[in-house]
Ligand binder design. Sequence first.
Ligand SMILES: NC(=O)c1ccc[n+]([C@@H]2O[C@H](COP(=O)([O-])OP(=O)(O)OC[C@H]3O[C@@H](n4cnc5c(N)ncnc54)[C@H](O)[C@@H]3O)[C@@H](O)[C@H]2O)c1
Length: 510
Amino acid sequence: VAGSPLTVLIGFMGAGKTTLARELAAARGVAHADSDRLVEERLGRPIAEVFDTDGEAAFRAAEEAVVLELLAGGGDRVVSLGGGAVLSERVRSALAGHVVAHVDVALETAWERARRSSRPLARDRDAFEALYSARRSLYEQIATAFLPAADRRVGARADAALRALEAAPAGTRMAWAHAASSEYPIFVGRGVLGMRAPGLPPSSRAIVVTDTTVAEHHLGALAEPAGLVEIPPGEEHKTLATAERVWHALVAQGVTRADHLVALGGGVVGDLAGFAAACFQRGIPVVQAPTTVVAQVDSAYGGKTGVDLPEAKNYVGAYHQPAAVLADTTTLATLPPEEHAAGYAEVVKTALIAGGALWERIAAGAPVDDDVILACARTKLAVVAADERDGGRRQVLNLGHTIGHALETTLGYGTLRHGEAVGLGLLAALRLSGQSDLRGQVEALLRDAGLPTALPGVDADAVIGATRLDKKRTSEARTPFVLVRAPGDVVEGQDVADDDVALAVRELGR
Ligand SMILES: NC(=O)c1ccc[n+]([C@@H]2O[C@H](COP(=O)([O-])OP(=O)(O)OC[C@H]3O[C@@H](n4cnc5c(N)ncnc54)[C@H](O)[C@@H]3O)[C@@H](O)[C@H]2O)c1
């Protein structure tokens, strides 16, 4: 890369790349270049005309030449590329080292927009759909940043995060989380714990909340923490009493609303520190720095925070979206195998929700690498974007959790790992879904990962009693379940007969 890396926006036609790039360039006070416009200037004719008279190949040749010049030129500017520019292998290799942001647009939106502007490739719906899926997987492979096609200013608002990505350790990828009440960047990569989360004022002090086990392994990787609060590890400490201890420690360290917490650890630390941040002085920012598979694929994102009551899990809490998430995958090297396995249950859950490429990968036995972690995180972010406060769609994320949580409560916190309980809960949910084959397939995946697939002697009645305390239940009616029709087709709010729940739980006891 000659000079400084460029920020390059890629994505399907109709994603709004040109507008987003223009707004981002304006926010930075730098130039914007759009490959389609440059090709038109060079050929002296509109693209549609070039397609019709000279054919697509002629257009692609001109496009490749223009884009290669742009990328080699360097300089501080923002570039938007035509949807097909990345089909060229030479363009793809020239993109290495630049910040390449995929502006992700839904098929329907893309179709409407592209048709309205009479794009040459948007004349036939079936061909358009096929092109959309083929290109989308290409964009996903090349991109280092992922922006939702939310509105024209989203690129400009993500500016600090895109800049931080330029300076991040090699191989780091960033996704922009966009929900009703807040937006924030998530960084997934090796060594990202050393980053300072973008978007917080330089004067904001970082106060680390972590558990004693994680502190021993990973505290040193953080960039200059200004304060530290350590809690004992384990689900049994995810309580109001521990939160209160954290609050007292924050007061003792003179923490103010101008400071922020860094939750360094697994889901227990993330939930508890997030909750402590949500309530301390009525709310201070929290940066989530997840160090377990559970936390990196799931719990660090989406802003649910809280503590357990003896009666039921996660019963007291608050929505408090993180200011940023730093998922450093090198931290997983010190994670004990049983904790890796527990995280795998959340991966399988997420893959069932996502369907498509992620499910195919997991079903084929893929290991949990950085790609899988990022894909899971983005699946969760997409669900949360549609329903931040659990009014409907977000409930799909609780697949396997109704019975999973009930098992945890019934057996006593810390007896089963959260992920282990979720794995068992998934098996019960698949039975309730009438998905025998899929249940068998998931059972094999869980077993190969070293997870329990049965719980001999479980007190089914007690578990069923505990499901009645599920937070999704809002009346005297039965607790609604999340069921699976097929991978990628998961539905919330399903009514299930008590007898069927009893059978599904008893099956685990055999
Ligand atoms: N908020 C959400 O959306 C959400 C989603 C899923 C789960 N959760 C919650 O997350 C919790 C489970 O999270 P978890 O499985 O990460 O448990 P955890 O935080 O208890 O971590 C598991 C164990 O691993 C240790 N550990 C953590 N990172 C380590 C590392 N890098 N190396 C060595 N040891 C390490 C911890 O000290 C702990 O003993 C549950 O309380 C669950 O309710 C919340």
